[in-house]
Write a protein that binds this ligand. Sequence first.
Ligand code: AMP
Length: 560
Amino acid sequence: MHEAPLIATLVSGIVLAFVFAALAHRLKLPALAGYLLAGVVVGPFTPGYVADGHIAHELAEVGVVLLMFGVGLHFSLKDLLSVKAIAIPGALIQMAVATVLGVLLGWALDWPFAQGFVFGLALSVASTVVLLRAMEERRLLDTERGRIAVGWLIVEDLAMVLALVLLPAIGGALASGQGVSFGALASTVGIAIGKVILFVALMLVVGARLIPWLLARVAGSGSRELFRLAVLAIALGVAFGVAGAFGVSFELGAFFAGMMMGESKLAHDAAEETLPLRDAFAVLFFVSVGMLFNYHVLLAEPLVVLAALAIIVLGKSLAALFIVLASRRPMRTALTIAVSLAQIGEFSFILIGVGVAQHMVSKEAQDVLLAAAILSILLNPVLFKLLDRAKPWLDAREATTEDAMAPPSEAVPVQAGDLSGHVVVVGYGRVGRLLCEELRTHGAPLLVMEMERERVEALRELGIRAVSGPASSDEALTAANLGAARALLVTVPDAFEAGEIVRAARQLNPQLTICARAGSGAAAAHLHEQGANLVVSGEREMARGMLDRLSADGAEAVAA
Ligand code: AMP
């Protein structure tokens, strides 16, 4: 194994992550806990095999990059700008609050000021991976809450660029004992800001033209394989290139590359296909975090770890909550954003690492930060669960005038309480579109559940009632008034996703006629198992259609 550390790290990480995630699933714990535990097991603080920390870290980095690329794909510049009024002040104020709390903690513990400051700064940035995974799992990325959270994250990432160039400058000045020269500091900051501005301008002006142009050329070659490769090459190439040239992070480069690529529909689809890669690497991210966990610190400094955890989970969230509420957004939005930011991860590790390298932060403080970070990552799914619990209260609250006056949230705006005996179609894609056309000509009362915002908007323009969001969510199912519906037609191609929808719908309405689309025999069996009455599989219907045509069109043609 020692001759092939990359393979050993990759394989042990994935295999153990699977084993512990399966165990976690059994115990009804989040899969995340399993991944982290796998990391602890292959980490240096537990006996037995120790995976290569540097390699694990780099693999994790690839995961973060692919993840941010995926988010960029779904994001348009319009989305980003639409949340700037809240994301910029929100992120900056929240970071300031966390940093001040960190400094106060350091002061209480008699730490040198620099250590408290770096520690606080490290507490102030949320982890991209943790936030994105939580949002994706709950399909929140396409909602207003999701856009605010991602915008907030981008601002934090940009602020980190500054923090990372500033730290060595301040550290160097402190070490030389000459104090911090204001002029030198100002020029360092000026150069860093200039680079970031240049980077963003270049991406928006040159990237926005060059990337689609390049893709169109490759598409012209007619090779699908080449096209897919081009997408991946641009994603990674741009991310890596700009990270080096402009001093921005690898992930920020990937986000912008994704955003530019999202403008081309073809690239969008091709990139989606390459994204399963990112899930595997995201798992390795958590494994690599687990490897850093020195649990001895929990015994040595339990109170300090708890205090740091409280700053992350309570201090930061309360600050975010107040900021979002102050912008007159609904409580649901404020709570979602507060919870999604109540954790820290990769940036904090980098920052505290720089602090240690600059002799500003002690090794012990670093261990405390790592332990608090891991606990905050573990706690995050629990907080989201609590948020789900608060749903009835939030619903009741949103019905009151105070929140009704706030700008409408994305949360499933259409209520179908007045509809009954209606047909609900899930998915407005190739199949759903045809279904809707037919149903409309027959004048059937109709409601569509669709996840993609643009499609929902298109539906509403056509005057068709549409519920936005993932159809398996309670919110969406209630809004579609399934209890009173006549039939549910599930056109979602993914068998697992369709199965979830069918199961949830069946629970809500045991009498409902549910018809689902299947891609294969196994999928059909799965859908039946989940409660579908009828399952239609593409291939079988095509064969049947061909035979029907043949017999209708000319038995004589066959005979001839
Ligand atoms: P197609 O495969 O072209 O028939 O498209 C399937 C449609 O289903 C797309 O418009 C997707 O956005 C939509 N879709 C996929 N999953 C879900 C889901 N869980 N809830 C609602 N719509 C979905």
